[in-house]
Design a protein around this ligand. Structure first.
Ligand code: NAD
Length: 343
């Protein structure tokens, strides 16, 4: 690519068109109403990436290749996250997974990895102040999300107050997780809304979760079978006088603490000490994709130690200390009919 070569009119025009289309699809997707499949979206994104590789001068900060998520809906107030929320880099085969691990190990001495399921739902950010749920938000563009506090309060799995029976609640705790619908609950919901004509049926559990959580009226959200599993932490100020053992030193140790405070954890995450074990975890769930009660679209692998996560850092949109191993899509042939009922 050559910074100085003039950009042909047709590339410039296609670039503008792709940016507009991708922004539009992204907005629909986060509303729970996509009109194209993920594979089609990814193909448009790859086309945009190729144009930008040829003409880096076209890359702006708000290009879909550079940013996280979607524009904020006017239906919700804006909330600034205390710590930025990122997306995840992808590996589509074992070579790409190994390449990620090699890059990380070339920079820092990785001793353990945390492997977990990539649940197909939507990310939420919860802020607990002195043990009380003060605020909940969508990921939004990663810096600013949508205030969905009232909707999140209707989700039973998310405690209003942290459990202090093991240790006192921290002054401040920002925790992230995936809100989703179990497959069985999704089918029951679709049957119900089809019968009552309350709403057109949803194409899949992810769309149902996104559409249900981002309701203007929390009373509607309250009727939807949503649940949540924690997959990260953000800002954290321990309780005054809390000892060393209340410090967050690793992903797995932070999970143990937030679990003690009553936040919902997965029983399927695993801390391992070698890439061989990471690859076994990935191949186990490739063959047992439907064992969990919810849909997964891959595996997430994270460098466990927070000191190493900090040293590895992030790009503008993804951490270098984590990667999503994506399984191939399963519903390619039913996509079109799914989309028809979903609109
Ligand atoms: P992503 O969904 O691939 O990965 C990041 C997200 O994974 C996080 O925000 C989090 O919500 C989730 N996650 C689940 N389990 C997790 C775990 N254990 N640890 C950490 N995070 C976990 O990235 P994205 O940026 O949200 O979206 C990109 C994807 O969305 C692409 O697959 C794209 O095809 C699809 N998309 C589709 C359309 C469409 O119109 N069909 C539009 C926009 C985006």
């Amino acid at each position: 690519s050559d910074q100085n070569s003039p950009v042909p009119d047709e590339d410039r025009a296609r670039h503008t068109e792709l940016v507009r289309e991708l922004d539009d699809h992204s907005y629909r997707y986060y509303m729970g109403r996509p009109i194209i499949s993920d594979a089609e979206y990814d193909a448009l994104m790859a086309e945009l990436q190729r144009i930008e590789d040829r003409h880096p001068i076209l890359i702006t900060q708000d290009s879909p290749t550079q940013k996280v998520g979607a524009p904020i809906s006017v239906d919700f107030a804006e909330v600034e996250h205390l710590v930025r929320m990122e997306s995840l880099g992808n590996a589509f085969d074992v070579d790409e997974l190994n390449a990620w691990a090699d890059r990380a190990s070339a920079e820092v001495p990785v001793e353990s990895y945390l492997c977990e399921l990539k649940i197909d739902g939507l990310a939420v950010d919860l802020v607990y102040e002195n043990g009380r749920l003060a605020r909940a938000a969508t990921r939004g563009d990663g810096r600013v999300g949508e205030d969905i506090t009232l909707n999140v309060r209707t989700i039973e799995a998310i405690p209003e107050r942290l459990d202090e029976s093991v240790r006192p609640a921290p002054e401040l705790l920002e925790v992230r997780g995936e809100v989703f619908m179990k497959v069985e609950d999704f089918h029951a919901l679709n049957d119900r809304i089809t019968e009552t004509k309350e709403h057109p049926p949803f194409a899949n559990p992810r769309n149902a979760a996104a559409g249900s959580l981002r309701q203007k009226d929390p009373r509607v959200t309250a009727t939807r079978p949503l649940t949540m599993i924690v997959h990260g932490v953000g800002a954290y100020t321990p309780a005054p006088g809390a000892g060393e053992d209340a410090a967050f030193t690793s992903q797995s140790q932070a999970y143990r603490l937030v679990g003690e405070w009553g936040l919902p954890l997965s029983d399927r995450y695993k801390v391992v000490t070698s890439m061989d074990e990471v690859r076994s975890y990935v191949s186990y769930y490739a063959g047992h994709r439907h064992e969990p009660a919810y849909e997964i679209d891959g595996i997430v692998v994270k460098v466990d130690a927070f000191s190493l996560q900090r040293r590895l850092g992030s790009t503008s949109r993804i951490p270098r200390w984590a990667i999503a191993y994506k399984y191939p899509p399963e519903e390619v042939t039913t996509t079109l009919t799914d989309i028809k009922v979903g609109v």
